[in-house]
Design a protein around this ligand. Structure first.
Ligand SMILES: [Zn+2]
Length: 181
């Protein structure tokens, strides 16, 4: 795109920081002034009230796992169990598995957003099972989704290209640990 003077629009409000974006893809963010922060808080409180109408699945998941102040009330295994029940009732949410930083099976949920009846974006919710971190949302627009597909495909090709490397010969020892009960 040709050089132009950006036309900034507010695109995110998070904590005391406001994010701005231009149609050309440029993004900026800065700390809000006290008065902007007040306006943002009032707007977000109002949005929360109307949350069931816009981005309904995303907000349903947020209120399932976190309290209104935004803190997580469930995480780890408890949050995964809660989400798995929720997903059965809401098949629009997709799921895939990853390992957390303790190498335990964890989940990523893909929550679609619809604005005024149109698909707009997805939120990925990553819930580590055992590593103790909070769950985290990654918000992705269609161009981010295309990028991650491309990048993962080339990562897989790169991985396949080194499969002739010698195996380290390490296998997991048999401890004989048993689950309780
Ligand atoms: Zn611009």
């Amino acid at each position: 795109m040709k050089k132009h003077s950006h036309r900034w629009e507010t695109s995110s409000l998070c904590g005391d920081t406001a994010g701005f974006s231009c149609r050309c893809g440029a993004r900026e963010n800065r700390k809000m002034t006290k008065s902007e922060h007040r306006q943002a808080k009032a707007y977000l409180a109002d949005t929360w009230k109307h949350a069931s109408k816009v981005n309904s699945l995303y907000h349903a998941v947020r209120s399932l796992l976190s309290s209104e102040d935004g803190n997580w009330k469930l995480k780890g295994y408890a949050a995964i169990c809660k989400m798995d029940k929720f997903v059965k009732k809401h098949p629009a949410i997709l799921e895939f598995g990853v390992d957390d930083s303790c190498a335990t099976s964890s989940s990523v949920y893909i929550i679609p957003h619809c604005m005024a009846g149109d698909f707009s974006s997805v939120s990925l919710l990553y819930i580590p099972q055992c590593s103790g971190e909070d769950p985290i949302f990654l918000h992705m627009y269609p161009e981010n989704i295309s990028d991650v597909i491309k990048v993962l495909q080339s990562a897989k090709r790169a991985g396949q290209a080194v499969k002739h490397l010698p195996d380290a010969g390490i296998s997991f020892p048999k401890f004989g640990f048993k689950p309780k009960g």
